[in-house]
Each structure stands twice: as C-alpha cells, then as structure tokens.
Design a protein around this ligand. Structure first.
Ligand SMILES: CC(C)(COP(=O)(O)OP(=O)(O)OC[C@H]1O[C@@H](n2cnc3c(N)ncnc32)[C@H](O)[C@@H]1OP(=O)(O)O)[C@@H](O)C(=O)NCCC(=O)NCCS
Length: 145
C-alpha cells in the first residue's frame, strides 16, 4: 500500500503542509526548505500517488540524527511511520552510522511509544528545551543499529 522514495524538490510543498499540520511548533518554511538544500537525507511515503509522510535525518560520521518525521493525521496508525523509520535505520547503516539519536517532546506520548516500539531508549531529559506557546522538556532517545 505504501511506497518509500527519496524526497524530490517537487515534494517539498506538500511535505511542508504535513509538517505544519503535525507539529505544534513547525519548522519555519525557510528551515524546512533549506534543510533539503543543505543535503539532509529526506524520504517520503506515498499512498497511491498521495504524499502522506516524510522523514528527515542527517548522518555525521557514525551518528545518525533523526531531525523530523510526520505522517498526515488521517493516515496515522497504519504503518507508514514504521516504514519511514525502518528506511532511516537501513540507510543510516549503509552510510556507516552505528547509532540513531533524536529528541522528542516529553508530552508527545504517541511519538515516544512509536520510538520505543523500535527499541529506542530514553537517555536524558533536557528541561525546558522547547520554549514558546507550547513549552515542554525534550526526551533524548537513541538506538544502537
Ligand atoms: C509519530 C508518527 C510519525 C507515527 O506514524 P504512524 O504512521 O502513525 O506509525 P505506525 O502506524 O507505523 O505505528 C507504529 C507503532 O508506533 C506506535 N504508535 C504510533 N501511533 C501511536 C498512537 N497514536 N498511540 C500509541 N502508539 C502509537 C505503536 O506501537 C505502533 O505499532 P502498532 O500499530 O503495532 O500498535 C505519527 O504519529 C505522527 O506523524 N505524529 C505527529 C508528528 C510527530 O509527533 N512526530 C514526531 C516528532 S519527534
């Protein structure tokens, strides 16, 4: 049902819509678009021809950093997020990473459950990491790959 592909310039607009709908403090348009330009790895998930999710990560030496992931709300809980994170893990290994790191809002329990399903472990809490309208702590998680 789902297909994973490399994100293309022409996907950016639709991916950014998903980002705005999914994140209480979305990346700015400029950050989102320039993340693509600076060469972060970006994958998309399509259902039929519709772009329904994306994942962005960077690999530096033997560390992979999951920077952003989202699935359009009506398509959640159907396995698209799983395919995206499995693809990230596979590609990170190929690129030489030994560990994947991420930060997640402490109140984002669904995402924390999602990461725990993939055996990510909680390493630390960064207090008051997210400022602004939706203040929150960050949970730092990692996975040996
Ligand atoms: C986190 C997110 C990407 C998961 O995508 P998804 O397509 O819904 O994930 P999947 O359907 O592949 O779910 C895989 C597993 O994650 C867990 N999970 C996902 N959503 C969950 C929810 N709402 N409640 C509890 N567990 C959940 C379950 O363990 C699930 O396995 P199961 O279906 O066997 O129970 C999606 O919920 C999302 O886009 N959230 C908003 C953006 C966000 O929070 N991003 C993370 C920022 S750090």
């Amino acid at each position: 049902m789902f297909k994973i592909a490399l994100m293309d310039q022409s996907d950016l607009e639709n991916a950014y819509k998903i980002e705005q709908e999914s994140n209480p403090t979305p990346w700015s348009r400029n950050n989102f678009f320039s993340s693509f330009d600076v060469g972060h790895h970006s994958l998309i998930c399509k259902a039929n021809k519709e772009l329904i999710g994306f994942i962005v990560f960077s690999v530096i030496k033997n560390e992979s950093h999951l920077l952003n992931v989202a699935v359009i709300e009506k398509w959640r809980k159907k396995g698209a997020g799983s395919l995206l994170i499995e693809s990230l893990i596979k590609q990170s290994k190929v690129l030489g990473a030994k560990k994947v790191f991420l930060e997640v809002r402490s109140k984002n329990l669904n995402a924390i459950k999602f990461y725990e399903k993939y055996n990510f472990v909680k390493d630390a809490i960064r207090a008051n990491y997210y400022p602004g309208e939706y203040p929150d702590d960050a949970v730092l998680m990692s996975l040996d790959i």
